[in-house]
Design a protein around this ligand. Structure first.
Ligand code: PAF
Length: 307
């Protein structure tokens, strides 16, 4: 299968590398970071995983989507702040038959992608893996978990089974769900509890559990999100979001969350699509969300990079 991964951050590299190890796949990473693209093409992608260094030499990378052309499957992995821009600049990989799958964090990606291509061609899902960018062409696979994907209308179609099979073959444990909106909210709650707190404290995911004053904020942030989800009538797949968030902290204990990596690298974070989304949705639903509001504003201040 011809596959493009739009966004070669740590997670895009992880999925691209695993899929490229299956001989029948032809996988290209698309990214604007030229040094990273060049390093992958010259040395292969290097992945640190469970104490081993793996090399994926068959993985290709480019900053020129026209050189790839239309693909069968495009996996969207850019930061959710960049979804609209990435859909515009990577139009060349979306042909009339291309299926787009978003595995991004945050709320709103499905709508943005659906406004750029035929909405019937959009699939969504979540990933419980964690990965860290170590430098050009180098990542660490720092957390392991399931990938859950689905059709937006919940149907069990041939194409969703095909993508599930493709991921399984690549060693990515995958399930299909009939409740994609619930899935996105399940993951949103996890990110609500982990990402801003790691960004603010500088702690790895697992360490958030070790400090009662931080753990309390995590629980309160997720509880607010749960209240908003209930008020909006969202059917969650994981009812106990607080315990689940703690489990994800443990499963990705050594990972520096994507938001912590963004703060460290002086980049814009996904705060508006995570804790900020809980605040906005809470306003719509008449639920007050003071902890999420505070976390959102503190991260917004940090990402100003005031010295
Ligand atoms: O954004 C992230 O870093 C990840 O979604 C997660 C699951 C919190 C692991 O670090």
């Amino acid at each position: 299968m011809k596959i493009a991964v739009v966004g070669a951050g740590a997670m895009g590299c992880l999925y691209g590398a695993k899929l490229s190890a299956v001989e029948s796949n032809q996988v290209t990473l698309l990214d604007v970071w030229q040094e990273h693209v060049d390093a992958i093409n010259v040395n292969g992608l290097e992945m640190e995983e469970k104490g081993e260094i793996l090399n994926y030499g068959q993985l290709m990378a480019t900053s020129n989507p026209a050189s790839v052309g239309p693909v069968d499957l495009a996996i969207i992995f850019v930061k959710s702040t960049l979804t609209a821009a990435a859909m515009e600049s990577n139009q060349a990989v979306f042909g009339p038959e291309t299926i787009a799958l978003t595995l991004q964090n945050g709320l709103g990606n499905v709508d943005i992608i659906s406004s750029h291509i035929n909405p019937d061609h959009v699939l969504a899902g979540t990933t419980a893996h964690g990965a860290t960018m170590l430098g050009p062409g180098k990542i660490r696979h720092a957390g392991f978990g399931k990938t859950i994907i689905g059709e937006l209308n919940g149907q069990l179609t041939e194409r969703i089974s095909l993508v599930e099979g493709l991921f399984q073959e690549a060693g990515l444990e995958t399930e299909v769900s009939d409740n994609v909106v619930g899935l996105i909210w399940d993951k949103l709650l996890v990110n609500t509890g982990i990402n801003a707190l790691t960004g603010l404290t500088g702690l790895e995911n697992g360490k958030l559990l070790q400090y009662p004053e931080i753990l309390q904020l995590m629980e309160e942030a997720v509880r607010e999100g749960l209240e908003v989800a209930h008020a909006l009538g969202i059917r969650l797949n994981i009812p106990d979001g607080v315990s689940h968030t703690k489990e994800v902290c443990q499963a990705t204990a050594a990972n520096r969350s994507s938001m912590l990596q963004d703060i460290t690298n002086g980049k814009q974070t996904e705060i508006d699509m995570i804790n900020g989304a809980i605040v906005r949705e809470g306003e719509k639903a008449g639920v007050s969300t003071p902890v999420n509001h505070t976390l959102t504003n503190l991260i917004k201040f940090l990402q100003r990079n005031v010295k």
